[in-house]
Design a protein around this ligand. Structure first.
Ligand SMILES: C[S@@+](CC[C@H](N)C(=O)[O-])C[C@H]1O[C@@H](n2cnc3c(N)ncnc32)[C@H](O)[C@@H]1O
Length: 479
């Protein structure tokens, strides 16, 4: 009789119910929404966090961790994909998207945070068991174990091409930017390796929350005093700016709740302030913001105009965004009107305004810090889509201003095709009649701000100025 092997009772690992960690589950839900519905993380996350806090599942630390997991995973997605591709035995595109999201969350915890590796692996495998099931959790476990073989620098040495072989590809993998974005930013910035590396690294930092005290309605001192206990410091350049310490909540401040102050990047404040300060001969009574939604710059311009006895018309094509503009201008101390209108088919008579701002729709390559998924969604072809609209909006802005009046052309992209090239095309009459206008040097209108370039336009940079990469050209209509 053949001998049966002894039954191996008790040698198998006992079943352990996975821990359902609300922070990781929420981060996974947010990544799914961004992936599946093309949603924006900065719009998806706040309601999820509010719901979790209302349900008593979350405290402030949990919310901070969930935000870090979502933003970090999205920002570094390209780098993590390159690394994960080395740990998975089939092309990454054949991995189910929800599995890939869990792997990316695991990769970020392992390679981009200080969470100890064993905790990162076990939390991610538990997440996989909850949201994917035990079978796929085993796959996740196997991949993450391979991932623990190196830290981020170790992996980058293995997956990034040598800088000397292909500088743009190297920087793209190391700093998690698509190659064409590295190339475009480098063209705009100029200079050598150090500058572009600093810029790309700055794009991966979470921006500070900056407030604006709307002139005549609140002061920076008031905001500093109110936010004092949480820690807040004055802005670097704008006299109306206050920078909140990490974790500071704008909504907790009376001035913000009452609309006397708002959240606004300091670069945006500088653009509005420069337009308002540009020298003007003759009357200074009527201002136009031709692309106003959601209304950040309009609210600052409205307050500045009121101090000077001028009126602001804030115009925005999208009706729902025009409603946001109306909300941000509510309580403005001077006269204003909000209209929903297409800036390429003006609803006003030519030459009606003394100052005009067009903060045109653009690729947003200057605000990558705020929109973690944007760099992977944008395509170089998007530039071709924006250029004709940008030119037409500038042309119409120049037609809307009186002779001697000033137009500010702004973008939150530093890409040359959206900045200087658009202005030069309009001045030289490419793709339409030449505009009769001359450059105003914008640099003296940003007093005290260093490294503004050779002028006459200005380009701000996250790594040099701590702002979004806002561009501003100022033009005076001459005939
Ligand atoms: C960069 S955003 C403006 C941001 C705004 N200045 C602020 O500070 O809050 C560009 C805006 O232009 C609007 N827009 C797009 N096409 C337009 C058009 N043809 N006429 C007027 N506005 C337009 C977009 O809906 C968007 O709200």
């Amino acid at each position: 009789m053949s001998q049966q092997p002894p039954r191996r009772h008790g040698t198998r690992k006992p079943y352990r119910r996975p821990t359902k960690d609300p922070v990781r589950v929420l981060a996974f839900e947010a990544l799914r929404a961004v992936d599946e519905r093309d949603a924006y993380a900065n719009l998806v996350l706040p309601p999820l966090l509010r719901k979790a806090r209302a349900a008593g599942d979350f405290d402030a630390r949990d919310a901070a961790l969930a935000t870090e997991l979502v933003y970090g995973s999205l920002r570094r997605q390209g780098t993590y994909d390159a690394i994960l591709a080395q740990c998975v035995d089939r092309p990454l595109r054949e991995v189910d998207p929800p599995v890939l999201d869990v792997l990316t969350l695991g990769a970020h915890q392992l390679l981009g945070t200080r969470i100890p590796p064993h905790a990162a692996v076990s939390a991610t495998v538990d997440l996989a068991r909850v949201v994917l099931g035990d079978g796929r959790a085993k796959f996740v476990n196997a991949v993450l174990r391979k991932l623990t073989a190196h830290d981020l620098d170790g992996w980058l040495e293995r997956v990034a091409p040598e800088y000397d072989e292909d500088p743009e590809d190297h920087l793209g993998v190391v700093h998690a930017h698509p190659r064409w974005v590295v190339s475009a930013l480098w063209d705009a910035l100029g200079g050598g390796r150090a500058g572009i590396e600093e810029l790309l690294a700055a794009d991966n930092e979470r921006p500070e929350v900056t407030l604006v005290a709307r002139p005549g309605r609140a002061t920076a001192e008031e905001l500093l005093a109110a936010a004092g206990e949480d820690g807040a410091v004055p802005g670097r350049w704008s006299p109306y700016a206050v920078r909140l310490a990490e974790g500071g909540e704008p909504g907790a401040l009376d001035a913000v709740r009452e609309g006397r102050a708002g959240v606004q990047d300091e670069g945006s404040q500088l653009v509005a302030l420069a337009l308002a300060a540009a020298p003007l001969d003759g009357p200074d009574r009527t201002w136009l913001d031709g692309c106003a939604g959601p209304g950040g710059k309009a609210a600052l311009l409205g307050a500045l105009a009121a101090q000077r006895g001028a009126a602001l018309v804030a115009s925005e094509k999208q009706p729902h965004r025009a409603r946001l503009v109306a909300r941000s201008l509510d309580g403005n101390p001077g006269p204003y009107a909000v209209i929903a209108a297409d800036g390429t088919r003006p609803a006003w008579r030519p030459g009606a305004f003394d100052r005009v701002l067009v903060d045109v729709p653009c690729t947003g390559l200057g605000a990558l810090r705020r929109r973690p998924e944007a760099r992977w969604r944008r395509r170089p072809e998007d530039l071709d889509g924006f250029a004709p609209l940008q030119r037409e909006l500038l042309r119409q802005a120049l037609a809307a201003v009186r002779v001697g009046g000033v137009v500010g052309y702004a973008t939150c992209s530093p890409h040359p095709a959206e900045t200087r090239a658009v202005v030069e095309d309009v001045l030289k009459g490419r793709g339409g009649p030449a505009a009769e206008a001359e450059w105003i040097d914008a640099r003296p209108l940003m007093a005290g701000v260093p490294e503004l370039g050779d002028g006459p336009d200005v380009q701000l940079w996250p790594h040099l100025h701590g702002t979004d990469a806002m561009y501003l050209a100022l033009l005076r209509r001459t005939a």
